[in-house]
Design a binder for this molecule. Structure first.
Ligand SMILES: *Cc1c(COP(=O)(O)O)cnc(C)c1O
Length: 229
C-alpha cells in the first residue's frame, strides 16, 4: 500500500517533470511522517524512500533513534529557539529558518558539534498573518545576515502557500518563490548559487509545483493516507 502510493507519486513527478522539460531526477520526494508510526516509516524505507520530514521535535527524536540509516531527516515544523540545539543534532536539513535568532542558535550548536547544517529559508509568499516565514521583501536582508554563520549552508527556499481548493491556485505562489530564488541567486546569497533548492508542493499540488521548478516536494497524505491530528 505505502509502496504503491510512493510509486504513484514518483510517476506523477516523472510526468510533470517531462511535461515541463525538466529532469525527473532533479525532484526529491520528502515523505512527511508526522504522526506516522515507526513501522510505517520503515515500510516506506523498504521501498526506497530515503528522505523523511518531521514537524515535531519530541516525536521526531523518538523515531529517529529507532530507524537506521541511510534515511535522512528534514525538519519542516515551526522551530523554537530553545529547541535549536536538539534540531541541529537530529536533522540533516532544517527547512523552516525564517529569522536571524533561530539561525544563530542553529549555527552556534552546529559549530559546537562540528557539523555543517543544510537549511532552507521559509518564505511566507502569501503574506498570511497566521503563517511562519519571512516576507518576500525581507528575504534578502535575512540572507545577508546569515552570510556570517559559517556552519549553516543555505541551500534554497521553502514555502507553504495559501490553501486553495484547486491546485492551479498554487501555481502563482510557486512561481513567485522561484522568481525570488533566482533574484537571490543572482546576488550570490546561497551556498551554491548554481543549484538552488525549492521546497514546494504538498499532496494536493505537487504536480503543479514540479512544473514550476520544485526540487523538493513534501508529501504526507498521498504516501501515508489521511492523518488523525
Ligand atoms: C504536513 C505537512 C506537509 C504534508 O502535507 P500533505 O498535504 O499531507 O502532503 C508538507 N509540508 C509541511 C510543512 C507540513 O506541515
Amino acid at each position: 500500500m505505502i509502496c504503491d502510493n510512493i510509486e504513484q507519486v514518483r510517476n506523477t513527478v516523472r510526468e510533470a517533470a517531462l511535461r515541463s522539460g525538466r529532469n525527473p531526477d532533479a525532484v526529491k520526494i520528502v515523505a512527511v511522517s508526522k504522526h506516522v508510526s515507526v513501522t510505517r516509516v520503515t515500510a516506506a524505507q523498504s521501498c526506497g524512500q530515503i528522505v523523511f520530514g518531521e514537524n515535531y521535535l519530541q516525536e521526531a527524536a523518538e523515531k529517529i533513534s529507532q530507524i537506521s540509516e541511510p534515511v535522512t531527516w528534514h525538519f519542516i515544523g515551526h522551530l523554537q529557539t530553545n529547541k535549536a540545539a536538539a534540531a541541529a543534532e537530529l536533522f540533516q536539513m532544517i527547512q523552516t529558518v525564517d529569522r536571524l535568532k533561530i539561525a544563530t542558535a542553529l549555527n552556534t550548536h552546529a559549530e559546537r558539534i562540528g557539523k555543517y547544517l543544510d537549511v532552507l529559508i521559509q518564505v511566507n509568499v502569501g503574506r498570511e498573518a497566521q503563517k511562519s516565514g519571512v516576507l518576500p521583501e525581507n528575504a534578502e536582508g535575512l540572507l545577508r545576515d546569515l552570510q556570517s554563520l559559517a556552519h549553516l549552508r543555505v541551500r534554497g527556499l521553502m514555502t507553504m502557500p495559501p490553501y486553495g481548493r484547486d491546485s492551479e491556485e498554487s501555481r502563482l505562489w510557486f512561481r513567485a518563490l522561484k522568481q525570488l530564488a533566482l533574484q537571490l541567486a543572482e546576488e550570490e546569497l546561497f551556498y551554491d548559487n548554481s543549484t538552488v533548492e525549492l521546497s514546494m508542493g504538498l499532496s494536493g499540488d505537487f504536480a503543479v509545483a514540479v512544473e514550476e521548478g520544485a526540487t523538493m516536494i513534501r508529501i504526507g497524505t498521498a504516501i501515508f493516507g489521511e492523518r488523525k491530528e
